[in-house]
Design a protein around this ligand. Sequence first.
Ligand code: DGL
Length: 256
Amino acid sequence: MNDNPIGVYDSGFGGLSIWRAIYEALPNESIVYLGDGKNCPYGSRSREEIRQLADEAVRLLLGRGCKMIVVACNTATAAAIEYLRAKYPEIPFVGLEPAVKPACLSTGTGVVGVLATERSLEGDLFRRTAARYADKVRILTAVGEGFVEIVENDAEQTPEAEETVRRVLEPMIAAGADRIVLGCTHYPFLIPVMERVIGERNVEIVDSGAAVERRVEHLLDECGLRAGVGHKPEYEFVTFADDEYGRRLEHKAFGR
Ligand code: DGL
């Protein structure tokens, strides 16, 4: 048993989609959410740069006493998770990767679309997983150009957001994709917009939030790190940006 917080880290607001899944499923766990904010977006930064930022983030979270760290960012996972696991072997890490497997196993058309950042799509993890299904499924990839900026600016409800999403989604659907994998934790905030764009067509959005939450639970049990049943959780939101950004993180987390 361990009442210390779980650390959840992303370049910005995106990891709040994972924060939400953990918050809802594990009501006794305290969580420290770190949304970098200052260096967002990570998507086209170099691997080396992302490793340094992730390392700085982990040090901050460990300074807050975190017992486990969820790298709630596909890009940081692709660039840095192996490095972090090697550098902090005593800390259990959970990383994010696009949910290619369930999409490939369930597609009816044999065409799967994967949306992620540039850095995630060229990561070894994604390439290896995609290669495993390449003989049966056609995997189309695209960067969600502009998606991260929309979410960071709380602009999901604007006509520009719909236009930006349509521009990326339509070619995939036109090419026959019936599964769209969200390989970036910012993208789930755009699910309502994606659903509008998809309309009546038989296309399913595949998100990894629930699977990541299950992995967190499993690892808590495996390491004997669950908080006590009567533990009153605390939620903290920290950032490398300014106080205003920290407040916005908290508002977005609680859907205000
Ligand atoms: N939310 C992040 C991800 O899952 C990164 C977005 C970005 O900073 O480019 O990939």
